[in-house]
Design a binder for this molecule. Structure first.
Ligand code: ZN
Ligand code: ZN
Length: 364
């Protein structure tokens, strides 16, 4: 269900306060990651633990969910549909490396812009639960709801790099990457060209992370969406809405949204395969002599014939009033409505009724 394990204390693992800022978390992670990095002789298991903690706490949405679940339940997720961000459990070390390791292993400066970590990543899928009334599920219904997903930061266009810093030409060398050094020597003034010490020959200043998204390249956005729930959907089924999941880092494409349908209510109704089973009270005399009863149905009330001599628990089928898609003749794939009569016997009898029953008993 979640990317995280609510029984673990990620704050303790990173050694930060529960109210720690994004920056504090990042710093704590860096420090520990350098210490425990397997390439540097650290313990692999310890490193994994730290990574897991960082992955959750550095993602606002995941951190919120984690805090919520730890603080006792799904409080914030009630009201029909839960929060997003439950899909895509794959944990990618490289993403994190690109994000915070650039300046440790990358050889100075904010080097996120270079190397493999720049490549776009598909975002995670999101699963949202949606409650649907039994009758709505029977007929099919359009449902509108809100949920949150990650979208490309619109300040940096999803690059994670501060636009201004991206364009900054090195002022020391004027973008040439080299500077002329002037030296006085006994032979006169000598000029020599060397690599610009300020930009190391790149001609531009190291870019800075976007302040709006903190370099993550993504921000959280509330989406409003309408989905068509097809008639006859079953509880627990998922509807896929392509491209409406989280967008990925580095301008990566979006994952998908899965709407999990929970059917509630439907008191009096039961579903068996494609059949709709409904219990109905039938007076004893109608069961004996035959008659008609009015039966509740998702499409409205309907009249059902009770055959003469109907026994308790006997099932009466009404074709074409069950679940599924209607059609003609042998193509009719709609299930049946099955009426289960509950035969109602009298508790108190009038003098006249008693006499009649006695007479019936005599006849046999
Ligand atoms: Zn940004
Ligand atoms: Zn320069």
């Amino acid at each position: 269900m979640f990317d995280f394990d609510p029984n673990k204390n990620y704050y303790e693992i990173l050694g930060v306060d529960e109210n720690a800022s994004e920056d504090e978390i990042k710093k704590a992670f860096r420090k520990l990651a350098v210490k425990h990095h397997p390439d540097r002789g650290g313990d692999q298991e310890e490193f994994k633990k730290i990574n897991e903690a960082y992955q959750i706490l550095s993602d606002n949405q995941k951190r919120q969910q984690y805090d919520q679940v730890r603080k006792g339940g799904m409080g914030g997720m009630g009201g029909g549909f839960g929060g997003g961000g439950m899909g895509g459990t794959t944990f990618d070390v490289e993403d994190i490396f690109g994000d915070v390791f650039g300046d440790i292993f990358g050889g100075g400066g904010f080097s996120r812009g270079r190397g493999a970590s720049k490549r776009p990543r598909r975002g995670e899928d999101i699963v949202v639960s949606l409650e649907v009334d039994f009758k709505e599920a029977y007929k099919g219904v359009s449902k509108e709801f809100k949920y949150k997903r990650n979208v490309h930061c619109d300040v940096c266009d999803g690059t994670g790099v501060d636009k201004e810093s991206q364009k900054t030409t090195c002022s020391t060398c004027g973008g040439r990457g080299a500077v002329i050094q002037t030296q006085k020597t006994p032979f006169g003034v000598m000029q020599s060209q060397t690599v610009c010490p300020d930009c190391r020959g790149e001609g531009s200043k190291d870019s800075k992370p976007c302040t709006n998204c903190g370099g993550r390249s993504l921000t959280s956005k509330e989406e409003k969406i309408k989905v068509d729930i097809p008639s006859g959907i079953r509880s627990g089924e998922h509807l896929k809405v392509p491209g409406m999941g989280n967008y990925g880092i580095n301008q990566g494409p979006a994952g998908d949204l899965y709407v999990k349908v929970n059917i509630k209510g439907g008191s009096g109704f039961k579903r068996e395969g494609d059949n709709l089973v409904v219990e109905v009270e039938v007076p004893y005399y109608d069961a004996v002599l035959g008659g008609e009863v009015e039966v509740d149905h998702p499409d409205g009330k309907t009249t059902v014939k009770i055959p003469k001599g109907t026994q308790p628990g006997e099932r009466i089928s009404v074709s074409g009033k069950g679940f599924g898609q209607g059609g003609f003749g042998i193509w009719n794939k709609k299930g049946d409505m099955i009426v289960v009569p509950k035969i109602k016997l009298p508790k108190k009898l009038t003098k006249e009724q008693q006499d009649l029953f006695k007479k019936l008993k005599e006849i046999g």
